[in-house]
Design a protein around this ligand. Structure first.
Ligand code: SF4
Length: 411
C-alpha cells in the first residue's frame, strides 16, 4: 500500500520491551532503578555497535528553566555502555539546548562524552531530505545526527501540546531537524488543512470567535482577513467554545485531520532519521519519570501529572512508544497535580480517554503517531513486556547487609 507517496507496511511481529519499574521490592541496590537500567542496556545488546562507531545519543536537553529532562545520572550509564563495546558516543540536540545544557548539569565531564549540536552551532549543518507530505516538501535533517553510525534515542516521556504525547518518535521527528524545519515547516503542517471559510466570516465575526476562545488558540489578522487556529493551544473536543460562537454563521470547523496531520508527519520524519542507520544499530530508551503535561521545550519546571513509572528499553520504536502510553494509561492522572490552566481537563474516570487526551483533548490522541509509525513500517504496536527485577521478584531476594557512604568512602 502507498499513501501520499510513502510506502505503508503492515507489521504484525511482536517486539520485546524491557521494563524496569521505579518501584522496588527491597531497600537494596539490586532492586533499585539504576540496577534495572544497567540490566536493560545489557539486554538491548549494544554489541552490534562496531569499534569506533560514532554513536549519537539523541536527547532533548531541555531549555533554561526546566530540569525535568533525562538525568545525567542515567546518561552516564548509557555512555559507559557504548564505550564498553568500542563505540564513540556523543550527546546531541538542538544548538540552544546544547549551549545552555550546563544549567541542567550536562557537560562533557558529567556525561562522559562530547555534546554536539545536531545541526551545528548555527543550525546550518544539515542534510536535505525529501518529505512530500501536504505542504512540507523537504526538511533539513541535523548533519551530526545524519553522520552518526549508530543511534540511541534517549527520551523523556511526557505530554505534548500538539500531539498529546512527546516521546521517542517526537525526539527524532522534531529534534532531528534544524530550527527552521521544526518551527516553520513541521509546526506548520496543520495549516494545509482548511478549517475556516473567509467568505462566510466578516471581520467582526472573526473577532467574536477570537474572543470566544479561552486558550488564545484563534488569531485574526484584519489586514489579511485571515483567522489562524493555533494547534498547540487548542483543546478541541474538550472545549469547542468557538463553535458555539459560530453556530449561526458556520464558517469554522475543528477537524480531526487538522490535528492528525502533525502526527502523521512525525512518523514520516522519524522514518527518514531511522533510515540513516542500520536496523541493528538503533536503540530506544524511554524514561517515564517526572511526566510533565508539556514538552521539555517549554524550558520550565512543571508538576508531574502521572505517578513515576520507570524505564523502558527496546530495539523497536513503535513498541516502546505503545508500551509507554499503555503504562501511563494504567496509572492514570494525579488529579491534584493537573495545573489550573487546563480549564477543560476531563478528570471523569468513567470517560474512556488516555490521560493525555484528558488534558489535551481527544483529537490529540497520543496513539496516533504510533499508529502512523506502524503503517510506515517503523515497528510493531504489538509487544511483549519483559519486566526486569520486578518488586515481586526482588522482595523474595535475600536482603544485603546495608552499607553507607560507599564507592569510595571518605568516612
Ligand atoms: S476548540 Fe476551544 S481551544 Fe480550540 S479554537 Fe475553539 S475555543 Fe479555542
Amino acid at each position: 500500500m502507498f499513501t501520499n507517496g510513502h510506502k505503508v507496511m503492515l507489521m504484525s511481529k511482536k517486539a520485546k520491551v524491557y521494563f524496569g519499574s521505579i518501584q522496588q521490592g527491597r531497600e537494596a541496590l539490586f532492586a533499585a532503578l539504576a540496577a534495572k537500567v544497567d540490566k536493560i542496556i545489557e539486554l538491548l545488546d549494544l554489541s552490534t555497535i562496531e569499534n569506533r562507531d560514532k554513536v549519537a545519543i539523541k536527547m532533548h536537553l531541555g531549555f533554561l528553566d526546566g530540569f525535568q529532562t533525562v538525568p545525567v545520572f542515567f546518561v552516564r550509564r548509557v555512555v559507559k555502555a557504548v564505550k564498553k563495546v568500542g563505540g564513540w558516543p556523543f550527546v546531541t540536540d538542538n544548538p540552544t539546548s546544547v549551549y545552555n545544557a550546563v544549567e541542567r548539569g550536562y557537560t562533557q565531564e558529567t556525561c562522559g562524552c562530547p555534546i554536539i549540536p545536531a545541526a551545528g552551532v548555527k543550525d546550518g549543518y544539515t542534510n536535505i531530505v525529501k518529505i512530500g507530505y501536504k505542504n512540507v516538501d523537504k526538511l533539513e535533517m541535523g548533519g551530526a545526527l545524519h553522520d552518526a553510525d549508530a543511534l540511541i534515542d534517549l527520551t523523556h516521556s511526557k505530554g505534548h501540546a500538539c500531539s498529546g504525547y512527546g516521546g521517542a518518535i517526537k525526539n527524532l521527528a522534531l529534534g532531528g531537524y534544524s530550527a527552521p524545519s521544526r518551527w516553520r515547516k513541521i509546526h506548520g503542517v496543520e495549516q494545509s488543512i482548511q478549517y475556516w471559510d473567509p467568505d462566510k466570516c466578516t471581520p467582526q465575526h472573526a473577532k467574536t470567535l477570537v474572543k470566544a476562545c479561552p486558550y488564545g488558540a484563534l488569531k485574526y489578522d484584519p489586514k489579511k482577513h485571515n483567522l489562524s487556529l493555533v494547534l498547540f493551544a487548542c483543546r478541541n473536543e474538550l472545549c469547542l467554545e468557538c463553535l458555539k460562537a459560530d453556530e449561526k454563521i458556520g464558517c469554522l470547523q475543528i477537524k480531526p485531520e487538522f490535528f492528525s496531520a502533525f502526527q502523521e508527519l512525525m512518523a514520516i520524519n522519524t522514518k527518514k532519521v531511522l533510515e540513516t542507520f542500520d536496523e541493528n544499530k538503533r536503540f530506544f530508551l524511554n524514561y517515564i519519570l517526572q511526566v510533565t503535561p508539556h514538552c521539555d521545550c517549554m524550558g520550565m519546571c512543571q508538576p508531574s501529572v502521572v505517578p513515576d513509572i520507570g524505564v523502558l528499553g527496546s530495539p523497536d520504536i513503535v513498541a516502546i512508544e505503545q508500551a509507554t502510553l499503555d503504562l501511563i494509561a494504567k496509572v492514570g492522572l494525579i488529579d491534584g497535580s493537573v495545573p489550573p490552566y487546563f480549564k477543560h481537563a476531563n478528570l471523569d474516570p468513567s470517560a474512556n480517554l488516555h490521560p493525555f487526551e484528558r488534558l489535551w483533548g481527544p483529537m490529540k490522541n497520543p496513539y496516533l503517531a504510533i499508529k502512523f509509525a506502524e503503517q510506515y513500517g517503523l515497528g510493531s504496536r504489538k509487544y511483549d513486556i519483559v519486566e526486569i527485577l520486578s518488586p515481586e521478584e526482588t522482595s523474595k531476594m535475600k536482603p544485603p547487609k546495608q552499607t553507607y557512604e560507599r564507592q569510595p568512602s571518605f568516612y
